[in-house]
Design a protein around this ligand. Structure first.
Ligand SMILES: Nc1ncnc2c1ncn2[C@@H]1O[C@H](COP(=O)(O)OP(=O)(O)OP(=O)(O)O)[C@@H](O)[C@H]1O
Ligand SMILES: [Mg+2]
Length: 324
């Protein structure tokens, strides 16, 4: 596996203007200052509670949303500096899979035509289109007669297979999946996860997978990024995060996984209060109001991101004291 980044982000910042209670406009910070790298052939997981900025990050990385600041780089070149042809190529090489693929499928188009659409756009001959369609549908476990049916005739799991097939038809290098299994039954989730794992090998993909389910990410990913209120608080190899995390927020997320009895203190004490609003980010370490270890320093000073082992970093003033 090559280690050069195929896709990276440098200091991404994103805000949204939202109306507040008295009809005035407020500024919500969805991404603070996010930097990351996706190596060629790597599967990177993005986790964190609802509203922490996972989907915003995924859309910006896929070039579907503009950041307010910072850059996304495709093979070292900023997306903003790509020419029109290169930009079109990036769009084709970077495909996104959504939680509900139904919303991105034309309800009046037979799914065979929907899946083959990217092939048509790049001028693939009709014969080749048919061959590729059969190959891709088989790869995601769809019966060939499914090609003649319409999206509303399929179950959630089948629709997700269609979404993956459509993404694969564009011959992508990078697959960005936003909660690809969270709306599916547990048994179907396992099938889709296995398909994604198989795709990674068969199609030599680099993948970024967003999920609030850390167990799913541990199963699929090489590395996992933990986000909190729009920033990365910890990043490391999937197995290392579970064996020896370096941030109390990661510890709390792992301890909250049903069936994992690893918390030395009651789960209710690991994560205090609810997630604060992205409209008023706490001072200092943004996690401090919910952290049972917080000291004065945490309330006033933003923690630096420190690398504790190769590829394993965290932003917590107390990491050494808590985890060494
Ligand atoms: N188009 C938008 N307009 C206004 N605010 C938005 C918009 N999109 C996202 N946000 C806000 O930005 C923050 C991050 O949202 P985002 O959807 O990226 O979170 P998420 O981590 O994907 O959450 P979830 O797990 O619920 O999908 C949230 O506070 C959200 O309300
Ligand atoms: Mg989301």
């Amino acid at each position: 596996m090559s280690k050069s980044p195929i896709l990276s982000a440098a200091d991404l910042h994103k805000t949204f203007k939202v109306s507040s209670h008295n009809y005035s406009t407020a500024v919500l910070t969805a991404l603070g200052q996010v930097s990351l790298q996706l190596s060629a052939g790597e599967t990177l997981g993005i986790a964190g509670e609802s509203g922490c900025g996972k989907s915003t990050l995924a859309k910006i990385m896929a070039g579907l949303m503009e950041p307010d600041g910072g850059s996304v780089l495709y093979k070292g070149t900023k997306l903003s500096q790509l020419g029109q042809g290169e930009r079109t190529l990036f769009r084709r090489k970077t495909q996104m899979i959504f939680q509900d693929p139904f919303s991105s499928l034309n309800p009046r188009m037979r799914i065979g035509d929907s899946i083959a659409e990217p092939l048509k756009i790049i001028g693939t001959s009709t014969v080749r289109q048919r061959e590729e369609l059969a190959r891709i549908m088989a790869a995601v476990g769809l019966q060939s007669d499914a090609a003649n049916r319409f999206p509303d005739e399929f179950s959630g799991g089948q629709r997700q297979r269609i979404g993956i097939a459509r993404a694969l038809a564009a011959s992508p290098e990078i697959l960005i999946a936003d909660e690809p299994v969270s709306s599916l039954d547990i048994s179907i989730q396992a099938q889709i996860i296995n398909i994604l794992l198989q795709m990674k090998t068969d199609f030599a993909l680099s993948m970024m997978i967003v999920s609030h389910n850390l167990l799913v990410l541990r199963h699929i990913c090489d590395r996992i990024i933990i986000m909190y209120l729009g920033e990365i608080v910890e990043c490391g190899p999937a197995s290392m995060l579970f064996q020896r995390c370096r941030h109390p927020y990661t510890e709390a997320l792992i301890a909250a996984i049903p069936g994992l009895h690893i918390a030395a203190v009651p789960k209710s004490e690991l994560l205090q209060d609810d997630l604060p609003s992205a409209l008023s980010i706490p001072s200092g370490c943004r996690f401090h109001p919910r952290c049972r270890h917080a000291v004065d320093l945490c309330r006033h000073e933003v923690p630096k991101t420190v690398e504790y082992a190769r590829g394993h970093s965290a932003a917590c003033h107390l990491s050494n004291r808590l985890y060494d």
